[in-house]
Design a binder for this molecule. Structure first.
Ligand code: GDP
Length: 393
């Protein structure tokens, strides 16, 4: 599936940069165009792969290229004021060649948190292609204002996009690691999961090898209906195919003659499906009640079979209670892994979001209280007790 990716804010830009790197490395061809938007000049300069012409600095008149300092209301205002500049970069995208837009942002900050819902609303008004969001939730240790930003942005972003794919930094942070080192690993995880998912829809259909390949319409249909999505992943190392060609071995029937091999392949797939669904999701949640799901099995064709995917699909239907579980394979002959990626779309039972909202409300009350008391507190500090001093003027 070909995407026009727009990274909004620092995290958004860095993640889109990573997707470009993934595309270069794997040849998956999912990023048709990449744009980065920011209010901070330094963040745009720090990107490595987004073409310079596609880096858009907004809000120069307001913040002089220095960013909005985690003020997402200002981020939203600036995005509205300068939407024409963003549109100017999007005008260079051959939209007829893309299947969807994907706006990527960290929801805890200012620029991406405030700006991405504004951009989503704008794109949906102009284009018929679906507009998806990828929202990154902050770590619990980032503090109240980040949580409040994320909770408010989340509400708005979900409303404005065709589907919000969520990644929770909090579920993925490791203690004792530098923030930057931590983000590098986290961004790899994001790109791996979503790269396999979207890459699956890029394989040519047809022929003996590609009989049950996932089509981009299946990704779009799983995301259609809106709401919030999460992605599971599990992988196991296998022997890559010699010469990278699955075609010959399929024709010769090497992999299907041996009943033992077929049984092993099937068992491996069903086990990977269970691990992916029950392991750590990009947004941890209860999978029961997910409205739709898509199962993608990637790896060398001889390690993929229809029976395994069919069983995995049935199991997912039981676990989610959904009647809309799609599945297929993504043959990657040269890969040393069989990987299972599960997209769960329209999830409802997400304790993490309820907790985020609770902490956000507390932070909001706290901020209001401090603001209200601020004037009195300052007066108490500045005025001498018996009012013996006079100000200069
Ligand atoms: P903005 O530039 O004002 O939009 O804000 P940032 O993108 O710098 O930060 C927003 C939030 O994104 C932070 O609170 C972090 O939770 C998260 N974040 C920042 N950088 C990264 C990154 O490289 N990867 C991930 N996964 N999250 C990040």
């Amino acid at each position: 599936m070909k995407l026009a990716m727009i990274g909004f804010g620092q995290a958004g830009g860095k993640i889109v940069d990573k997707f470009l790197e993934y595309d270069e490395r794997t040849g998956s061809g999912i990023v048709r165009s990449a744009v980065a938007v920011n209010t901070a000049k330094a963040d745009l300069l720090g990107l490595e792969r987004v073409p310079e012409d596609n880096r858009v600095l907004i809000g120069q008149a307001r913040v002089k290229g220095h960013g909005v300092g985690a003020d997402n209301e200002l981020g939203a205002e600036i995005a509205e004021e300068d939407i024409d500049e963003v549109q100017g970069a999007i005008d260079n995208i051959p939209v007829h060649e893309v299947d969807a837009f994907l706006i990527v942002a960290g929801l805890g900050g200012g620029t991406g948190s405030g700006g991405s819902p504004v951009l989503a609303k704008h794109l949906k008004r102009i284009y018929t292609e679906p507009v998806y969001g990828m929202g990154v939730l902050p770590g619990g240790d980032e503090g109240g204002i980040y949580t409040l930003n994320a909770a408010r942005s989340f509400q708005t972003f979900v409303r404005e996009v065709d589907n919000l794919l969520v990644f929770d930094n909090d579920a993925w942070r490791k203690s004792g690691e530098s923030v930057q080192g931590g983000y590098d690993e986290i961004n790899d995880e994001i790109v791996k999961r979503f790269g396999i998912l979207f890459g699956a829809g890029e394989v040519e259909q047809g022929g003996a090898v590609a009989e049950s390949v996932v089509d981009s319409s299946e990704i779009i249909n799983t995301l259609a209906g809106g709401g919030v999505s999460t992605v599971g992943y599990a992988a196991e190392e296998v022997e890559p195919e010699e010469g990278g060609g699955g075609l010959l071995s399929r024709f010769k029937g090497d992999d299907t003659d041996d009943g033992m091999d077929t049984a092993n392949t099937t068992n491996r797939i069903t086990s990977l499906v269970r691990k992916a669904a029950l392991g750590r999701l990009t947004l941890p949640c209860e999978i029961d009640g997910a409205e739709r799901a898509l199962l993608v099995l990637s790896g060398p064709p001889k390690h993929l079979n229809r029976k395994g995917i069919e069983r995995g699909r049935k199991w997912l239907e039981e676990q989610t209670g959904s009647m809309e579980v799609r599945g297929g394979d993504y043959p990657v002959p040269e890969s040393g892994y069989v990987a299972s990626v599960i997209l769960l779309s329209g999830v409802h039972n997400v304790p993490r979001i309820k907790e985020l909202q609770q902490v956000a409300i507390e932070a909001q009350d706290n901020i209001d209280e401090i603001r209200q008391e601020s004037k009195a507190n300052l007066e108490e500090l500045v005025e001498d007790d018996d009012d013996e001093l006079d100000p200069l003027f």
